[in-house]
Design a protein around this ligand. Structure first.
Ligand code: SDX
Length: 391
């Protein structure tokens, strides 16, 4: 403001007292990410999505029996109430899938009146199962609605990721063949997204949950936060950026110059991070698997080469080096999702499906293990001193 000289930047989220958590560790300088102590690359390589979800929520890797029971309980909850399906036809078919996902998640809670008490451990644990089981179904229905295709019912004989692929790409008129390469590649990507400490959407889930709001309301709020292009929406924005560069015929060098000159606020989407001032370890894994996955899917996408060229130029440019700007998790994921057949507007929905276990784990930690007080971010008042209303 004029009196204090503070800039707009200072009016962002001031660093509140640090949130305590045992779940995820990030070292931004060294580019380290661990879920409950396990390095992200070991989990992405060896674990299943539900195994990592259990680890995040309950603190240790599940035994074989625990995982089998967890998987079975989730399969038995995949059906949506038939009334909820009417919800999708109430929205314009061109509605953005993230808007559908967040609203339908909120609407889901209306089917569980009286069974969403945050102080009832039985309700909390059952709603973890319900959300893990139903969010992928809602996400697939949001995708199907956006392309004008009929919904399929979940098939409980399939695994978590396989069921999700079939709900997205299967059609009523013929059997759907699961591609194991695609299933494993998607599972690895989803694992990379499962948690990430106190990012904007997870902080939103915790803040909403701290008021006593239930898991459905908290997760719905998290989906809204994730949709912004500076956060989860960046994976969609990267593909739009790559597509615009390609269509415009603009050279990569010229685009990078525009970014450096901040022309019309253009940014190199998928680059930079609040915490990582080094290469995002997830981006490293995604980039490594991009070539392999596109190869195995028999897809040759010039946008992948364009992304690599952009990275090469940026990493060797003083503007990006001096600001510690590196590729983040969103830089390469979209090219793989596109190769799998997902529309660009569904990419951030995939981020939400991946992030759900982390949101549920962080909400549960705050709610059950160390019940915290209601969230109240601090403020530094920089406005006018007291003054009198003119007589
Ligand atoms: C995710 O927090 C998490 O953990 C998030 C996430 C998760 O898993 O939950 O990791 C997922 O959201 C990843 C981030 C996805 N967003 C994007 O890719 C959007 C593009 N990135 C930027 O908007 C930005 O880098 C942020 C928002 C990600 C981080 O912003 P910061 O740390 O606040 O950085 P900043 O805005 O203070 O920028 C510092 C400088 C500025 O330049 P100067 O004013 O010093 O001249 O770097 C510049 C910025 O203009 N800058 C960029 C840039 N990012 C920062 N310049 C060009 N392109 C960019 N991408």
């Amino acid at each position: 403001s004029k009196q204090t000289g503070y800039t707009a930047l200072d009016y962002g989220f001031v660093n509140t007292a640090a949130t305590r958590s045992d779940i995820t560790y990030i070292d931004g300088e060294s580019g380290i990410l661990r879920y409950r102590g396990y390095p992200i690359d070991q989990l992405a390589e060896n674990a299943s999505f539900l195994e990592v979800a259990w680890l995040l929520i309950y603190g240790d890797l599940p035994t074989e029996d625990e995982l089998a029971d967890f998987d079975e309980r989730i399969r038995r909850h995949t059906l949506l109430h038939e009334d909820l399906k009417r919800f999708f036809s109430a929205l314009p078919s061109g509605a953005h899938p993230m808007a559908v996902l967040s609203s339908a998640t909120s609407a889901l809670s209306t089917f569980y009146e009286g069974k969403t008490d945050p102080d009832n451990p039985e309700h909390v644990e059952t709603n973890i199962i319900r959300l893990l089981a139903k969010l992928p179904v809602i996400a697939a229905y949001a995708h199907k609605t956006s392309i004008g295709q009929a919904f399929l019912y979940p098939d409980n004989s399939l695994g978590y990721v396989e069921n999700f692929l079939r709900l997205n790409f299967g059609v009523m008129s013929e059997p759907y063949e699961i591609d194991p390469v695609m299933a494993r590649a998607l599972e690895r990507l989803l694992i990379l997204h499962e948690d990430h400490e106190q990012n904007a959407s997870t902080s939103t889930v915790r803040l909403v949950g701290s008021t006593g709001a239930d898991q459905f309301a908290s997760v719905s709020a998290g989906i809204h936060a994730l949709s912004g292009p500076l956060h989860g929406g960046a994976n969609e924005a990267v593909l739009q950026m790559l597509g615009q560069i390609r269509e415009s015929g603009e050279s990569v060098q010229r685009f990078v110059e525009r970014v450096k000159n901040k022309e019309d606020g253009v940014k190199l989407m998928g680059f930079g991070h609040r915490v990582y001032k080094n290469y995002d370890p997830r981006a490293k894994i995604v980039k490594q698997s991009a070539d392999e996955v596109l190869d195995q899917l028999g897809v040759n996408d010039p946008l992948l080469d364009l992304a690599k060229e952009l990275e090469e130029i940026a990493l060797n440019d003083e503007y990006f080096q001096s600001r510690n700007l590196y590729p983040n998790v969103d830089f390469y994921t979209g090219v793989i999702y596109k190769a799998m057949g997902f529309p660009t507007r569904v990419f951030t929905v995939l981020f939400a499906i991946g992030r759900l276990p982390g949101w549920l784990a962080q909400w549960r930690e705050q709610n059950l293990d160390n019940k915290s007080k209601i969230g109240r971010p601090q403020q530094l008042y920089t406005g006018e001193p007291e003054r009198r209303y003119p007589a």
